[in-house]
Structure formats: C-alpha cells, structure tokens
Design a protein around this ligand. Structure first.
Ligand SMILES: *Cc1c(COP(=O)(O)O)cnc(C)c1O
Length: 357
C-alpha cells in the first residue's frame, strides 16, 4: 500500500522478461517512439506535444524539467505545501536557480491570491513550480488554476504530476501545462525505472542553444536524441520500457476517468473502514486525491508496531515524511489492488488495534 512502485498487472510484470535488446537497433527505436507517443497521450497531449523518456525515478524528470526549462536569467516561484513542494526548492538551489518560495504549510491548500500577488510583484519570475498531488499528505492541488494565473501573467508552469498522471484529471492540451513531469511506476502502473517530461514540441525546441545546467539531465540533449535520431542519449533501462509499453496500453484502454473511479472506490471503502475503526484522516474530503490516504497513528500504537503487525499479514504500509511522520502514516490505493484486499486489510488492522487495548 505504498504510493509506488505499485502492484502491477501480470502482463506488465511478464513483459520485464522480454528479450535482451541493443538500444541502438531499429527494434528499440520503434519501442522508444511508441512509448513516447503513448506517454504523451496519457499526459493529455495532442499532435503539438511530445515526451522525453528518462531512465530514472520520478525525481529525475522533475530535476530535468526545472534545470532545463528555467533559463539562466530566469527565476522560479515555488509553491510549497509539503515535501515535494520543498523538493522544487532544493532542486532549484542545487542548480543555482533563483527562487521565490511561497510556503503555505504542509497539508494546507494553496492560496491562489498569494500566487497571483507574488507574480505581479516580481516580473523576473519566469516559471511557477507546483505539485499536482502533494504525496506527503495526499492533497490534490488545483494546478489548472495555477496555470491560468501563471499564463495571465505571461509565465510558464512546471508541474510535478509524478503521483497523479493516469488517475487524476490533468491535461497538457486542456490545461496548457507547459512542462509536466511524471513517472512510470505510480498511477500508470508500470515498473520502476522510467520517468518522463511532456511538453509542447516547440517548448523542447526552445531549449536549443542554451548552455545546459547539467549534462545527463539536459532535456534538450534527450529530446534531440529521441526525436531526431529516434535513439536514447544514453543506455536505457530496456526491461522497464517493455513493461511501460504494456502498462501504457492498459492505462489508455482503461482511461484516466475509469482508473480514477476505480482508485476512488477503493479509497472510499478504505476511508469509511478506517473511520469506523475510530481512526482520524489528515485531510477533509474535498482535498483528497484518489490514490493516497494519510491516517493518524492511534494513541495506543506506533508506526513501527503497525508496520510490523500489518506486514506479517502481507500488507506494506508507508510512513509519513518529516514533520508528519510522528503522527501519521500513509496508505495508497494506486495500482492493482482489489476491494477484497481493502476488506482484508481492515479486518487485519481492526484485530491489530483490538489486541492493543
Ligand atoms: C513519488 C514522487 C516523486 C518522485 O519520487 P522518486 O523517489 O524519485 O520516485 C516526485 N513527486 C511526487 C509528488 C511523488 O509522489
């Protein structure tokens, strides 16, 4: 029940055992082009958009987007309401990018009036960095509204959609997202090891000529290799591509709306059961993403004890991070989970809590 890597479909897992393949041969070219295309569709792109696939975890895509998109004379407005918002700040700092950070507090909704005021006050801010689902709390941020405000002021948005793409509403084309970072192993239900940045083709082209801040994560280098030479810039994780190819087929066939409904049904079943056990949820209903629930650790227990007891029955729960870690734990409903998994989890948890009284 960790928020990625998720439980994968048997067809995705079986694909990992595909043939040994040289990534400089036509077979890989075709696989790469196919995966890029389907990734762009999953991100809500159309013929104007494309994607660059990176071998790395979700953070590699976020870092590639920030370090490549913000120009040398640009600056980033960081919207921070949790661990992953803070990560924007840390990544920008590592690359010497000037930032202005709006810290709203963890598990606190973004204040759009403050976003607007910050952009109006500082014309040198060229980009806004925002997380779609702040996975530290499970809070869904209104990135479409952030994009509208940014565009009104002539700025670009960089969205960390790592924990949402595939199961929450977000679209390159409809929301005008300028840079979208995602990964294969959360709501797209692929194997870990691949991440991606999706954007307009013209945006990737616009990176040409700039001196890259990094060599390995330079998006223009990856874009030119993948788009013009239809080959990866560096040795890719070939088996993860096999798995992602299949996972994308399943994701596109199901559609994000149906997947959202599936995760939501699981989450609602889980949340109702937790509340029936007297457990407190971190967020109010209107702010929760479908894929994650943060729960207060009951007074008579601890994370270590819950983790140990549940793991012994086959359930892996996930700790909260930093300032939320002492009081909360997290349960994901992403991936190939079933209602009977949730029901059995609740039975096991109830027994564990009862044994403590
Ligand atoms: C999982 C996640 C990431 C990436 O984490 P990795 O450990 O690099 O996979 C980035 N942003 C958010 C919001 C996430 O949930």
């Amino acid at each position: 029940m960790n928020p990625g890597p998720v439980i994968t479909d048997d067809r995705v897992r079986a694909a990992l055992a595909g043939p040994d393949m040289c990534h400089r041969e036509p077979e890989f070219s075709e696989l790469l082009t196919r995966v890029r295309h389907k990734t762009t569709l999953a991100a809500g792109g159309d013929e104007r958009h494309t994607s660059v696939i990176l071998t790395g975890s979700g953070t590699s895509a976020v870092e590639a987007a920030i370090s490549s998109a913000v120009p040398a004379d640009g600056a980033l407005l960081v919207l921070d309401n949790g661990h992953y918002g803070e990560r924007f700040q840390h990544i920008a700092a590592a690359h010497g990018i000037r930032t202005r950070r709006l810290a709203f507090g963890w598990a606190t909704a973004l204040d759009l009036a403050r976003v607007e005021a910050a952009l109006a006050a500082d014309p040198e801010l060229t980009h806004v960095g925002v997380v779609h689902q702040e996975t530290s709390s499970g809070m869904l941020n209104d990135v479409a509204a952030v994009a509208r405000i940014a565009h009104k002021h002539g700025r670009k948005v960089i969205v960390d959609a790592v924990s949402t793409i595939g199961a929450e509403r977000l679209s390159l084309a409809e929301d005008g997202i300028d840079w979208l970072a995602g990964s294969a192993n959360k709501c797209l239900e692929g194997a870990p090891g691949l991440a991606f940045v999706s954007a307009a083709r013209s945006a990737f082209e616009g990176l040409g000529g700039a001196q890259g801040r990094t060599y390995y994560l330079d998006l223009y280098r990856h874009y030119t290799a993948q788009e013009k030479a239809t080959a990866p810039a560096f040795t890719p994780g070939v088996p993860a591509y096999y798995a992602f190819d299949v996972a994308l087929d399943l994701a596109l066939a199901e559609g994000w709306e149906a997947r959202h409904a599936r995760y939501t049904a699981l989450a609602e079943r889980l949340r109702a059961g937790l509340e029936a056990l007297g457990l407190e949820l971190l967020l109010p209903p209107g702010q929760r993403a479908a894929g994650l629930t943060a729960v207060r650790i009951p007074d008579n227990s601890s994370y270590a004890e819950l983790h140990r007891g549940l793991r012994a029955e086959g359930f892996v729960i996930y700790s909260a991070q930093e300032r939320l870690a002492r009081d909360f734990f997290r349960l994901s409903t992403m991936g190939g989970m079933t209602e009977s998994d949730i029901d059995r989890f609740l039975v096991v948890l109830a027994a564990l809590l009862a044994s403590r009284v």
